[in-house]
Design a protein around this ligand. Structure first.
Ligand SMILES: Cc1cc2nc3c(=O)[nH]c(=O)nc-3n(C[C@H](O)[C@H](O)[C@H](O)COP(=O)(O)OP(=O)(O)OC[C@H]3O[C@@H](n4cnc5c(N)ncnc54)[C@H](O)[C@@H]3O)c2cc1C
Length: 418
């Protein structure tokens, strides 16, 4: 079959690699460079992750097997252990915070323990039976931890009322802590080991850009090509005068009505809802920092609008080539001016000095109670017409890279079945 892939983030690159041997695959990318969110660039020879600080791991063996069939794990990647911390009350404490209660003030700890014990007396409910994210956090960690940590941190990131955020986005993302585990971690001072990125792999050279460059090899990619229309003509899907049998769309689902308005409307999809799905952007300030062994530092409190520092310079030494000190990325939610970020970092540890910055308008998708239903409807109507939605913004899923690969398997299997 002749297959068009719209978008060359990890989703598009993965599915194209999975399909290219049996089909003729063409990829279209609206930016001048492939990679989507995982793109990096070198600034003064230091590696700048323009969004986040992408590291790789997966709990899914099929994803791992597929991934490592494209890379040499031993020679091209380093394996690291996550050393995440929380900057709280002007000190650095462990992450996740519930496992390091012993590092908090006694009065707070007393309250938290009391609330956790009270919660135990209530009937157990599954995390996904909570009607929203706020209720889940309060019902799982108690009101004190919610007020001092989970609420301020999540409000910074989401910039939205947490009671309107549905629970579905968390599925498979967070291990749900049991009181027993919280107590053991606090008594035995055990390090976290059950989160998906508690250990991770990271390319020795060029970070996630290395992943993009490798996966792109041998593919037929048209960059700087914004697909603005897909016509359905006599059973073929036409893009820029070329006819395709199948189209895999990895772009923003909110733009779909512009392409397939009648198809979606006639299928009963709520177009207005789809177009108004909410997302958040992130601003990243790339900096030099003093030496530290931390990988991620979470900053819940409101003394600064920054919410996280990712010490990308600790992931691979080659990331700091060109700098006298280590490098890191300071993350802010939404669009923040360079001057404002430069002021904010003065409040943070590490004598941070800015090198470069980037604003990415779409990084976090916000799911509400109707999102899955509407997206699933759109998916099934489009699939009947040979069009597949794949990826973080096309499926409006809180995917990590490994989940995007897993989703690419699903699209591959559907196409191969036909
Ligand atoms: C701050 C942050 C940190 C993260 N950290 C990690 C991490 O450490 N590890 C991890 O595994 N995951 C991480 N993730 C998640 C990861 O970034 C995503 O899962 C992944 O990049 C999504 O890839 P995608 O291909 O689905 O989407 P994208 O990367 O957004 O790719 C979509 C592509 O489609 C192109 N496109 C859109 N519309 C069109 C059009 N009309 N025509 C042509 N091209 C088009 C876009 O330009 C883009 O290149 C992080 C995400 C964020 C926001």
């Amino acid at each position: 079959m002749k297959i068009a892939v719209i978008g060359t983030g990890i989703s598009g690159l993965s599915v194209a690699n999975m399909l290219k041997d049996q089909n003729e695959v063409m990829l279209f990318e609206k930016e001048t460079k492939a990679g989507g969110l995982i793109k990096c660039e070198r600034v003064n020879d230091c590696l700048f992750h323009k969004v986040g600080g992408h590291v790789f791991n997966s709990r899914n063996n099929d994803v791992l097997d597929w991934f490592w069939s494209h890379f040499d794990k031993e020679n091209e990647f380093v394996k690291a252990t996550r050393n995440a911390k929380v900057f709280f009350n002007n000190t650095i404490i462990g992450y996740p915070i519930e496992n390091y209660l012993y590092m908090l003030d006694q009065d707070i700890v007393k309250k938290v323990i009391h609330e956790l014990l009270e919660l135990q007396k209530k009937d157990k409910i599954s995390p996904f039976d909570y009607s929203n994210f706020e209720d889940f956090l309060k019902g799982t960690f108690g009101d004190t931890l919610y007020q001092i940590y989970f609420k301020p941190y999540n409000l910074k990131i989401w910039k939205t009322d947490l009671s309107t955020v549905s629970m579905q986005w968390l599925e498979g993302k967070l291990p749900m802590p049991l009181l027993q585990e919280i107590l053991e971690s606090n008594f035995f001072r055990k390090e976290e080991d059950n989160m998906v990125h508690s250990t991770f792999f990271y390319p020795k050279e060029n970070g996630s850009q290395f992943i993009v460059d490798r996966l792109k090899k041998g593919l037929n990619v048209f960059e700087d090509f914004n697909v603005s229309d897909v016509k359905n003509i006599l059973g073929k899907l036409r893009i820029n005068e070329v006819d395709f049998d199948r189209v895999i769309y990895c772009g923003d689902v909110r733009k779909l009505p512009a392409y397939f308005k009648d198809l979606l409307r006639n299928g009963g999809v709520d177009l207005e809802y789809l177009e108004k799905l909410r997302s958040n952007g992130t601003s990243n300030l790339f900096c030099e920092t003093d030496e530290t062994d931390i990988s991620w530092l979470y900053i819940p409190e409101s003394f600064t609008s920054a919410h996280r520092i990712i010490y990308t310079g600790n992931f691979s030494e080659t990331n700091n080539r060109g700098a006298k000190r280590k490098t890191c990325v300071v993350e802010f939610s939404g669009k923040v001016k360079f001057e404002e970020m430069a002021e904010e970092i003065k409040k943070l540890p590490g004598n941070l000095k800015p090198i470069a910055y980037n604003y990415e308008p779409n990084s976090y998708v916000i799911q509400d109670h109707r999102t899955r239903e509407v997206i699933n409807k759109a998916k099934s109507i489009l699939e009947e017409n040979g069009i597949y939605l794949l990826g973080r913004f096309a499926e409006w899923e809180y995917y990590n890279m490994d989940k995007a690969v897993e989703a690419a398997f699903a699209v591959r299997d559907k196409i191969n079945k036909q």
